[in-house]
Design a binder for this molecule. Structure first.
Ligand SMILES: *[C@@H]1O[C@H](CO)[C@@H](O)[C@H](O)[C@H]1NC(C)=O
Ligand SMILES: *[C@@H]1O[C@H](CO)[C@@H](O)[C@H](O)[C@H]1NC(C)=O
Ligand SMILES: *[C@@H]1O[C@H](CO)[C@@H](O)[C@H](O)[C@H]1NC(C)=O
Length: 374
């Protein structure tokens, strides 16, 4: 009975409370605390980077993510997070009762006791050289998933005496392997590849993500979340680039169907590969992170609360307030005065508010599958 309560009733109650702020310290009541995670490790891209890219010289440090208005809402300064404030990983850490993850590249202030964030904005799942061989160029970083894994194993070598010690140290850690792979497709499509060519990349991208999860498990990871892709056809960057007068190209949320179908295809392949990995690694708990449906939930909440669902908060105009030529942080970009009522921050990344609402759904969706109550 108690476990049924934890599994079903409590998450629903907490979700309700978090969304409608009926308890002041909502995060403190979160069922994710039942897991008693002592560390979180994150691999990924701009969805989760808390400050690695801006510490890469010279390109990363020169990106707009290193300057205001990025970070204006929560930190009142840029931290390297690609949003006005907190990211999903920040809300997940809070829900687990842990501090925000320090970026691996912040060697000065680093306290890695409760985990490390290896995610780099702009990074890809496939190694940049592999993409380059297919004439897909990575414009901001070459710190792809294999590089991030290398950093992670270097870090573990520094904290573990041997492999048994590592397995012991990591037994209560949560690993987030992604979201990653979104940029492989972003770069491909904006560098002229066709949808057919994008589809042909999916098996390699998925295999690379799942192989990273396998390596994490082999070094001692017990609980691994592997997130899927967003419904990219809902993002202003894609809606601007593929704008059309053909109304049948859009779904009921005014998202581009062919792009959402592609994201669904990637996600389906990823879930199939996760299923196979689970059979291969029966002692690990491997959970799919359903960002696609978390975003659909955000769309519903945004509709009911009357949020701006089409336009980015920060941009230089156009139907969706997005222009690839001059993006948020560039000359002439304006920032909305009420980002808490927008879903999209800069046309590519969400606002803190958007991420917060997605996590309220996501954490309750993954919690029962993490099997923390047993
Ligand atoms: C703001 O962040 C930048 C790095 O992004 C840092 O150099 C600067 O010292 C910070 N300013 C304040 C007031 O914290
Ligand atoms: C859509 O239709 C309007 C008016 O008919 C036209 O001005 C515009 O160029 C069209 N846009 C696209 C993307 O086809
Ligand atoms: C983007 O900005 C450029 C120059 O500022 C302009 O020529 C172009 O029409 C804009 N594109 C859109 C989609 O608004």
């Amino acid at each position: 009975m108690a476990s049924v309560l934890h599994k079903l009733v409590l998450p629903v109650l907490v979700l309700f409370c978090c969304l409608f702020s009926c308890v002041p310290q909502c995060a403190n009541a979160h069922p994710l605390k039942i897991c008693k995670f002592d560390q979180i490790y994150q691999l990924g891209d701009s969805i989760s980077d808390t400050g690695n890219l801006i510490r890469e010289i010279p390109i990363g440090a020169a990106t707009a993510f290193a300057r205001l208005p990025y970070g204006e809402t929560f930190f009142k300064n840029a931290t390297g997070r690609c949003s006005n404030g907190l990211l999903m990983i920040d809300y997940i850490a809070m829900a687990a009762g842990l501090p925000f993850l320090p970026p691996y590249k912040n060697l000065d202030a680093a306290d890695f006791e409760h985990g490390v964030n290896f995610a780099v904005a702009g990074s890809t799942a496939l190694p940049s050289q592999v993409l380059a061989a297919q004439h897909i160029f990575s414009p901001v970083t070459t710190s792809s998933l294999n590089v991030q894994l290398h950093w992670m194993f270097t870090h573990f070598t520094s904290i573990c005496l041997n492999s048994r010690d590592c397995a012991e140290k990591l037994q209560n850690a949560l690993f987030m392997v992604g979201e990653i792979g979104g940029n492989d497709y972003n770069y491909a499509i904006f560098q002229g590849k066709t949808m057919e060519e994008l589809r042909s990349m999916v098996p390699d991208v998925v295999a690379t993500i799942v192989d990273a999860a396998r390596k994490v498990i082999e070094v001692g990871g017990k609980r691994v979340v592997i997130p899927g892709n967003f419904p990219i056809g809902c993002l202003p960057i894609y809606k601007t680039a593929f704008q059309t007068n053909i109304s049948a190209a859009y779904d009921k949320n005014h998202c581009l169907k062919h792009l959402n179908d592609f994201a669904k295809y990637h996600n389906k392949e990823l879930q199939n590969a996760i299923h196979t990995l689970k059979q291969e690694k029966p002692n690990a708990v491997i959970v799919y992170g359903d960002y696609y449906n978390a975003y659909q939930f955000l769309l519903r909440v945004a509709t009911s609360r009357g949020f701006e669902r089409e336009r980015a908060c920060c941009g230089t105009g156009g139907k969706y307030n997005f222009n690839m030529t001059t993006m948020c942080g560039g000359a002439g970009a304006k920032v909305c005065s009420n980002p808490e009522r927008y879903m999209s921050w800069d046309g590519v990344h969400l606002t803190q508010q958007g991420y917060k609402i997605m996590v309220a759904w996501l954490v309750n969706n993954i919690f029962p599958h993490l099997l923390c109550h047993i």
